[in-house]
Design a protein around this ligand. Sequence first.
Ligand code: 13P
Ligand code: SF4
Length: 365
Amino acid sequence: MVTLVFPELLPPQLSRLTPEETDERIAAAKEALGSRLVILGHHYQRDEVIKFADFRGDSFKLCQEAAACPDAEYILFAGVHFMAESADILSGEHQQVILPDLSAGCSMADMANSEQVDDCWAQLTGVTDEIIIPITYMNSTAALKSFCGKNNGAVCTSSNAESMLNWAWEQGEKVLFFPDQHLGRNTAAKMGVPLDKMIVWDPHAEFGGVTEEQIREAKVILWKGHCSVHQRFTVEHIEKAREQFPGCRVIVHPECSYEVVQAADENGSTNYIINAIEASEPGTTWIVGTEMHLVNRLSKELENRTVHCLDDCMCMCATMYRIDPEHLLWALENLLEGRVVNRISVDDETRKWALVALDRMLAHA
Ligand code: 13P
Ligand code: SF4
């Protein structure tokens, strides 16, 4: 029997441990919890944390892992809030999901809330009789996933955005894509949708900052949201890198702007980037436009390839970084004492429809 404990502060004595002491205690707690615990870690996590993950992956892979570990009592998510919510939705009722630091959110996910999306939906559906399919990027709250489930839509990640847009156009004529305008635009453009058939809905502007005519003409309505990490990369960074490393290959995440994606040699999800670099000829120099912890890890782990970040000015996800070894230790030692700290739990009604949207995604990967 475990007791649910609401947010507490990290005990100060844990911050005074040496890294070695922290590591030893994490390893001991992990061993003692054994198969009762699974740790899932996103590739953007720092090395000191990811080394304790049982499974590492991008958002999509971690969703699959969360749905595929029914024996673990506890799923500890080394990632951000929306990922832990999705793990809770996909895992069983007997399982509890833990996010070691509740302040590990996502600024992109915060750029769309239910009220704004409901308002946008009412306005769009009031203007056109064409069927609009809502697609939410994984990087969104469970409430928005639930909205998509209820309204014949689905979730996508950066690794299956194309399949999900194909699926959406089998269901209806238009797509409302939120919250990341860049992933939506880059994917639709790759699929041949002209840029003038995409409009941007600004939730802070009156009537989204668009006209009724533009809505009727549009094939994709993109939400005005972005990732603060990936939006930093510019075409100038690419030009500079090509000058500095002649013959290099530039690879970026599709959360980067359209111009950056067009200027790069390749683009794809976190997993795509890793696979492309791992499969490349020894001696290749890669310039990578994504979160720096992953880029630095690839640079260290792949001895025969040279890997640099597209912008050397600390392109890190500050919220992913909130998960540190001390919070990990704190969460694990509490579990050992039968206390669940920082549990992420989605209510039944939200879960029901969010699961519909997530299952549609998992079926069309
Ligand atoms: P993926 O894990 O889908 O590549 O997304 C990157 C990201 O920004 C996660 O927050
Ligand atoms: Fe959110 Fe960007 Fe961080 Fe991913 S990298 S969690 S999209 S802020």
